[in-house]
Design a protein around this ligand. Structure first.
Ligand SMILES: [Zn+2]
Length: 396
């Protein structure tokens, strides 16, 4: 039996409980958070298993979370979102507090905006939307194909179509770019998200990525990245924040991209672990290694494709495999979504499907260009709202 609590935003309910909304502050830790709210650290941290304890370390500054109090002003429930799919749920049950990780219920909206450039795409998107994330995503998508510094003129225009997730009426998580269009010197340039999850230009040529997809040559993926996974044995929601490659013990592992080794030593359940820091705030992690390659140590610069270690089964591992993680500014992201091996050119059936998709996208872009679609500004963050609580029981 899984219990899922759904929170409904209701303005005027007689039975409403009070919900406080906060932002997780910089440097705040889960343990300090518990102490500040007089919550039992034993039940809510020390008695948890290692995986759940590790989950509590995933809280990031700036994340919005909710505290629900009863009419005696005692904490009834807390929801702490860890990523876009999983959240920690702390709740009172028979006068004691319980901990569980449950899926986040979210809705996704497709949004778009148009803007004219007076200075740079970065500056004008930020000015239009107030969102650094949107500006960064747009600029990064053209990074390998256009030179904004030299070729932008005042009055050039751009359109961005993207998906945004909402939780309890508030946007959260990274937006997903669907189409980016920039008109420079009367020529339109596009980046499209295809159905295969990769980005292509208007000719159906893949936009170049900077990391290798497979740090182990010829290896089979034995476990995919997921922010929520129902664990059949442990009977709870877990996350697997990396990709597992099954390979024979001793198989060479290569650096997924150019960077600096910032860790090459044992680290708890990771076993022998290598961390490499790359450009733009990216970091890759290679776990359970049998051994490190000679000369691989902290501070060492490595090239893309260079051997750094060998597949093993150290740490908490059931058999020889590489556990590979990709993080951006500390946040785990799916390595398979960003990492692109070789630049792919769509052909045949795939190209036809892409061109159909492109046609639809182009029509939307033209519509936004003609309408000069403004970014929809959201109401400011309100600290307190009232909600009605509904408990829904679902059978596994
Ligand atoms: Zn793994």
């Amino acid at each position: 039996m899984i219990r899922i609590f759904i929170l409904f935003l209701l303005g005027t309910s007689l039975f409403a409980s009070q919900v406080e909304r906060y932002r997780w502050s910089n440097g705040e830790t889960y343990l300090v958070f518990l102490q500040n709210h007089n919550l039992p650290v034993k039940e809510l941290y020390y008695n948890l298993d290692k995986d759940d304890q590790r989950l509590t370390e995933e809280m990031r500054a700036g994340i919005h979370y909710q505290i629900l109090r009863d009419d005696k002003d005692e904490i009834e429930q807390i929801l702490l979102p860890l990523n876009d799919e999983l959240q920690i749920h702390i709740y009172k049950d028979d006068n004691s507090y319980k901990f569980e990780a449950i899926p986040i219920i979210s809705t996704t909206k497709t949004e778009a905006f148009y803007t004219t450039i007076t200075s740079s795409p970065m500056y004008n998107i930020l000015k239009e939307t107030g969102s650094k994330k949107l500006a960064q995503i747009f600029v990064a998508s053209f990074k390998h194909s256009l030179n904004f510094k030299n070729d932008i003129r005042k009055g050039d225009q751009l359109v961005m179509i993207y998906e945004q997730k909402y939780r309890l009426g508030e946007p959260f998580s990274m937006p997903t770019l669907k189409v980016a269009m920039i008109e420079m010197r009367h020529k339109k340039h596009f980046i499209y998200l295809n159905d295969d999850g990769r980005y292509y230009d208007e000719k159906g040529h893949e936009v170049e990525g900077f990391l290798l997809a497979r740090p182990v040559r010829g290896a089979r993926i034995s476990s995919y990245f997921t922010k929520r996974r129902w664990h059949p044995v442990l009977h709870k929601w877990k996350a697997h924040l990396g990709v597992d490659y099954a390979a024979r013990r001793g198989t060479p592992i290569v650096a997924a991209g150019r960077g600096v080794v910032i860790w090459a030593a044992r680290m708890g359940s990771y076993g022998n672990l290598i961390k490499i820091r790359h450009a733009d705030g990216y970091e890759t992690r290679y776990a359970h290694l049998k051994s490190f390659r000679r000369g691989i140590h902290r501070g060492k610069r490595v090239k893309k494709g260079q051997t750094i270690g060998y597949v093993g089964s150290t740490g908490r591992s059931t058999g020889p495999h590489l556990h590979f993680e990709l993080r951006k500014r500390g946040r785990p992201i799916n390595p398979l979504s960003v990492v692109q091996v070789t630049t792919k050119k769509l052909k045949g059936k795939q190209k036809k499907a892409f061109l159909r998709l492109k046609k639809n996208y182009d029509e939307s872009v033209n519509l936004h260009l003609n309408n000069k679609t403004a970014y929809k500004k959201r109401p400011p963050f309100i600290n307190i709202s009232y909600i009605h609580l509904l408990e829904e029981k679902t059978n596994e």
